[in-house]
Design a protein around this ligand. Structure first.
Ligand SMILES: Cc1cc2nc3c(=O)[nH]c(=O)nc-3n(C[C@H](O)[C@H](O)[C@H](O)COP(=O)(O)OP(=O)(O)OC[C@H]3O[C@@H](n4cnc5c(N)ncnc54)[C@H](O)[C@@H]3O)c2cc1C
Ligand code: FES
Length: 368
């Protein structure tokens, strides 16, 4: 039987029931999701995230948010684990109950783990940034139980204090099941009355000395997920100690802020924005408008034309605003992290690109 997620197109919303809500810490709750029609869900890749849509009261537009699936692909239910911050996460924490329905799209994202290599994976997570790492470690452990071989993994998990930190028991169980292939290093900023060795291994922030203490000299891949400042400082330490940029993978939960140092970059430079007005056709909506230099994103242009395109972060991180590009050329005015194909556009962060003579003619978007 095909799953409701698998059988739906990437832009189709499907209903999921909240089967269970679990408190993980003072600030994090997990939501277990199952397809409302009872069909099994398609396996995601460990580390991918799920776009969700939350209905709002009255005629307020639905809220789109993105949450990492915090379980392995083999888990019987999907699970998202949410830190309470603003409107959307607040709604999940305070207003949503077991049995309620939310809508989800197909999982996406390319922050995923390869179980095959023999060299160790080093996971660096801070706060709720543990969610993709949890899915990855669970996947590594489950694969090891199936195949008998496990890629070694060292997990550096930083939290402010023990009350905000979630998943202690789950991580301990994974370490046990790994039969010595997983090393867990828990860092606490405020130790309070936590017991060294039982509730944490290191006090303070991750440092070059800690890497030296726990990592050998062999090759490693690094997977980073946490607040922007934390990820940048860890990235800079790794680069300063000779780790290649291509061995460092990172996931941002908001605007991409990691400043990478890539010597002799082979990445294509981005096209320049158009310097003259460009005709923009929002094809499926049958609406057109004129974009002028300095007028903002294509999302803002569509909204100014009376359309209501879907969006989530408005920062290029979640992919909720992605639409097919039917013709013309666009470029980005900020670095984006959401996955996007060659004929797709993240309209929250895009503008028409300059043509060969510095001008563009028309951009046609298949806006729903
Ligand atoms: C790929 C991806 C994966 C993600 N995975 C997860 C995940 O697994 N778990 C998770 O919890 N989040 C995750 N997020 C973040 C999530 O999508 C939302 O951005 C987050 O829950 C905030 O949404 P909100 O509606 O609560 O905040 P909004 O109301 O949209 O507020 C906007 C921003 O303001 C800030 N803010 C608002 N209120 C507060 C506050 N009280 N204190 C401090 N800052 C505040 C936050 O930075 C917030 O992002 C992910 C995001 C992306 C792009
Ligand atoms: S709205 Fe999130 S990527 Fe555009």
């Amino acid at each position: 039987m095909s799953s409701p997620i698998a059988s739906s197109g990437p832009s189709e919303w499907r209903k999921f029931r909240i089967a269970r809500i679990a408190r993980e810490s003072a600030v994090i709750k997990s939501f277990y999701l199952e397809a409302a029609d009872g069909a099994p869900t398609a396996p995601h890749k460990a580390g991918q995230h799920l776009p969700i849509r939350l209905e709002q009261r009255g005629d307020q537009p639905a809220l789109l948010r993105t949450y990492t699936i915090s379980v392995a692909p083999s888990a019987p239910q999907l699970r998202i684990s949410v830190r309470k911050l603003g409107v959307g996460s607040g709604q999940l924490h305070d207003d949503v109950a077991e049995g309620d329905l939310i809508e989800c799209r197909v999982p996406g994202g390319d922050f995923v783990i390869d179980t095959a290599p023999a060299h160790p994976a080093v996971m660096v997570a801070a706060g709720v940034g543990i969610t993709p790492i949890l899915a990855m470690i669970s996947h590594l452990v489950e694969e090891s139980e199936r195949t008998g071989a496990m890629r070694p993994v060292i997990v550096f998990y930083a939290a402010r204090n023990t009350s905000e930190r979630g998943f202690d028991d789950e991580l301990s169980r994974l370490a046990e099941r790994s039969k010595g292939r997983m090393t867990l290093v828990r860092l606490l900023k405020d130790i309070g009355d936590a017991v060294l060795g039982r509730e944490y291994e290191e006090h303070g922030v991750l440092s070059a000395e800690m890497f030296r203490k726990y990592l050998g000299f062999q090759r490693h891949d690094f997977y980073l997920c946490g607040p922007p400042g934390y990820m940048q400082s860890v990235y800079d330490i790794l680069i300063d100690h000779g780790v290649a940029d291509h061995a460092i993978f990172a996931e941002a939960f908001g605007a991409l802020s990691l400043k990478r140092q890539v010597a002799n970059s082979v990445a294509e430079p981005l096209a320049l924005p158009a310097t003259e007005p460009v005709d923009v056709v929002f094809d499926a909506a049958g609406t057109r408008s004129t974009w002028s230099p300095g007028a903002g994103s294509l999302l803002e242009l569509a909204e100014g034309a009376g359309l209501s395109p879907e969006f989530g972060c408005r920062e290029g991180a979640c992919g909720a605003c992605k639409v097919p590009l039917l013709s013309g050329a666009v470029t980005y005015f900020r670095e984006t992290s959401a996955a996007c194909g060659p004929n797709e556009v993240l309209i929250c962060s895009a503008v028409p690109a300059a043509g060969a003579e510095g001008s563009a003619h028309q951009v046609v978007l298949a806006l729903r």
